[in-house]
Design a protein around this ligand. Structure first.
Ligand code: COA
Ligand code: ZN
Length: 299
């Protein structure tokens, strides 16, 4: 059986999209506890961003500290938009961060207010200051951008090459606005895995056009061993018009388990966690399993 690492990023990508209420820290933590109880071992627990930009993430240090202290053996990490974010993440005890850079310059300017060069300088500062810190870089708008349109595989490969030259070896290839399609996903990951054999890639897909699960599966089929998804399919980027929820963790785990991939995750527990989340947080959910309220024998 081929193993697939299920990485839950809802506590960041999902929660950041909620602006109608400040989710209580205890609710965030309860949801993380329930996700972990299902067997998930990799969690993007928050982001260390400006609280003015995303007030929802203002409890980042409390959430991260809770996770690290309660589950010292699990893999927790947080998104950081700049050096300051990395400093705060390290101070909270994290050993891994996700700096974010967009393939499209327009989205990078809109999201982190930096040019590519400025973002790369910031990455260098993070690496020089914290040599022990693992950098797992998000490449946003890798398949298409709301301002610049579709992106091509050669553009992406060239861009990954520049970051690879700077020593980065872990990337999350993100379809930030949900415009990827299966043959594009296949082409992108086949090429990346072949071009950078010493580098780890994960796939991060939004479900805007109901193609999330298809695109996530396509990546796994061509050899990607790590998939980022969100509980309930909650998600969206506040700085990318039209961004919706992600591939839903409980739906994707259902598929992976049936297709004989090894996930180590109890899908029924995930569905219960997702139902709890829906009760607590009014938001944009693309998950399907959470809508099933009747018992279907054996499924
Ligand atoms: N954590 C906390 N506060 C931060 C911060 C961080 N990582 N980075 C900047 N700040 C604060 C600064 O202290 C400053 O506060 P002040 O106005 O009280 O002095 C303010 O934010 C602006 O700082 P500045 O350095 O001028 O940043 P900027 O305006 O060039 O960029 C970003 C601001 C990018 C850091 C901010 O917009 C941000 O955090 N965006 C979130 C991006 C994101 O998460 N997108 C979705 C995920 S892809
Ligand atoms: Zn995303």
């Amino acid at each position: 059986m081929t193993k697939v690492n299920v990485v839950e990023i809802g506590p960041r990508d999902g929660f950041q999209s909620i602006s109608c209420m400040q989710i209580p820290t205890e609710t965030k933590i309860e949801i993380i506890d329930r996700i972990i109880a299902s067997g998930v071992k990799h969690i993007q627990c928050t982001s260390f961003v400006s609280p003015k930009a995303i007030p929802q993430m203002s409890d980042a240090a409390q959430v991260a500290s809770y996770c690290i202290n309660k589950y010292p053996d699990l893999d927790f990490f947080a998104l950081v938009p700049n050096f300051r974010g990395a400093q705060n993440a390290v101070a909270a005890g994290l050993k891994k961060v996700t700096p974010v850079i967009s393939l499209s310059v327009s989205h990078n300017l809109n999201n982190v207010r930096k040019t590519h060069e400025q973002s790369m300088d910031e990455f260098k500062q993070i690496m020089d200051t914290f040599p022990e810190l693992t950098l797992d870089v998000d490449i946003a708008t890798a398949f298409g951008c709301p301002f610049e349109g579709r992106k091509t595989t050669p553009e992406l490969v060239d861009f990954v090459g520049k970051l690879h030259d700077k020593g980065i070896r872990n990337f999350n290839i993100c379809d930030t606005i949900g415009v990827a399609y299966p043959s594009q996903v296949r082409d992108v990951f086949t090429t990346l895995l072949k071009t950078f054999p010493d580098t780890h890639f994960s796939v991060h897909i939004h479900d805007t056009r109901n193609m999330g699960i298809l695109n996530s599966l396509e990546a796994v089929r061509v050899g990607v061993d790590t998939v980022q998804t969100t509980l309930g399919g909650l998600g969206g980027c506040p700085f990318a018009p039209g961004a919706t929820g992600n591939t839903a963790t409980e739906d994707f785990v259902y598929l992976l388990n049936l297709e004989d991939y090894e996930t180590g995750v109890d899908q029924k527990k995930l569905v219960e966690a997702a139902k709890y989340e829906v009760e607590k947080i009014p938001g944009n959910y693309s998950g399907h399993h959470i809508q099933i309220s009747v018992e279907q024998k054996g499924f």
